[in-house]
Design a protein around this ligand. Structure first.
Ligand code: DP6
Length: 313
């Protein structure tokens, strides 16, 4: 029988993006990716034995036909041998709604860790990361604090496609979230990447470029070379969005306000600001900076929310 278990996982932002699957059922990517975890912004999942299956989100019991509840329970089925072990699964997010960040990465990472604990499975981290991948690709990278790299792997069964943390502590590293649009997004990243792979004539150039960006970004992280890291991460994110703009029909997660933020950033950078941008499957812009630029970023973008991924020295 399952034991009560609680797990926390941080959300993460990719500095080198995962975009495109070679296997949709197993969430196997066409390229490796690298992320930074957002420390206090994440998901906590609690699992307890119950008389009937229940999925709670932010202290609210979800109706049985809720698509999220269904996805969570189908994921839990991978861990329980039969339906004779009903579970109460409670998830809550500490990600401010106003930040408009997706939480499937931290949600599936926390759910995976809680299930592993509840069923007392003694699994190596590589395997836990692989299980998290089956929930959402970006969840592979959310099991740890700090930087993590998800290796694309080559096996058809996905046994070599999982993330590992990088042994890098960079106390001055910062992420600033600039909320642009907090409404629900028009297309999930899953649908967006599948549509791009299927229809964008520019997608052909992406996997090899993304793979080499990922390695170059990993080297910049390991060298703590901020300028190189920022330039590469911004170029990688814009190249990902370019593949979507070329999809047929076009897909644009970025809004006019997102481009406004980029214009302001590029002008400020021309005048000496050391900060770079990255954008995901939504309109919000995330800035990559170091502590020494935090006050300047706040002055230019008063609405920004600053995150320190590492403990101070
Ligand atoms: C743009 O992990 O949400 O944020 O595997 O279909 O669940 P699924 O997709 P998801 O995609 C994230 C895409 C991204 C880039 C990234 O996080 O690497």
């Amino acid at each position: 029988t399952p034991q009560p278990a609680t797990a926390y996982a941080p959300s993460n932002i990719a500095l080198s993006k995962y975009w495109g699957k070679r296997d949709k059922a197993l969430n196997l990517p066409l390229n490796s990716s690298l992320s930074i975890s957002l420390r206090d912004w994440g998901s906590t999942t609690r699992i307890s034995p119950s008389s009937t299956d229940e999925v709670w989100f932010q202290d609210r019991l979800l109706p049985a036909d809720d698509p999220f509840a269904d996805k969570v329970l189908r994921f839990a089925n991978r861990f329980r041998r039969d339906q004779m072990m009903p579970l109460k699964i409670e998830t809550s997010n500490t990600i401010p709604t106003a930040a408009g960040l997706a939480s499937s990465a931290s949600g599936f990472a926390a759910l995976t860790m809680a299930l592993v604990q509840a069923f007392q499975l003694d699994l190596p981290d590589d395997t836990v990361s692989m299980f998290a991948r089956l929930g959402s690709g970006s969840a592979t990278r959310s099991l740890w604090h700090g930087f993590a790299r998800w290796e694309r792997g080559h096996a058809n069964d996905g046994t070599d496609s999982f993330a590992r943390p990088l042994e890098v502590r960079w106390p001055a590293f910062r992420i600033a979230i600039i909320p642009v649009d907090t409404g629900p997004k028009s297309h999930s990243s899953r649908d967006g990447m599948n549509h791009t792979v299927a229809t964008s004539p520019l997608f052909g150039a992406w996997p090899a470029q993304a793979e080499s960006d990922c390695t170059a970004i990993q080297n910049a992280v390991q060298d703590q070379n901020f300028q190189t890291l920022g330039q590469l991460a911004e170029a990688n994110a814009l190249a990902m969005h370019a593949t979507m703009l070329a999809a047929r029909p076009a897909l644009s997660y970025l809004k006019p306000e997102s481009w406004q933020v980029l214009e302001t950033l590029w002008t400020a950078r021309h005048e000496g600001l050391a900060a770079f941008a990255t954008m995901d499957a939504g309109a919000n812009v995330k800035l990559i900076l170091e502590a020494s630029s935090a006050a300047d970023v706040k002055a230019i973008f008063p609405q920004s929310r600053l995150i320190a991924p590492f403990d101070p020295l």
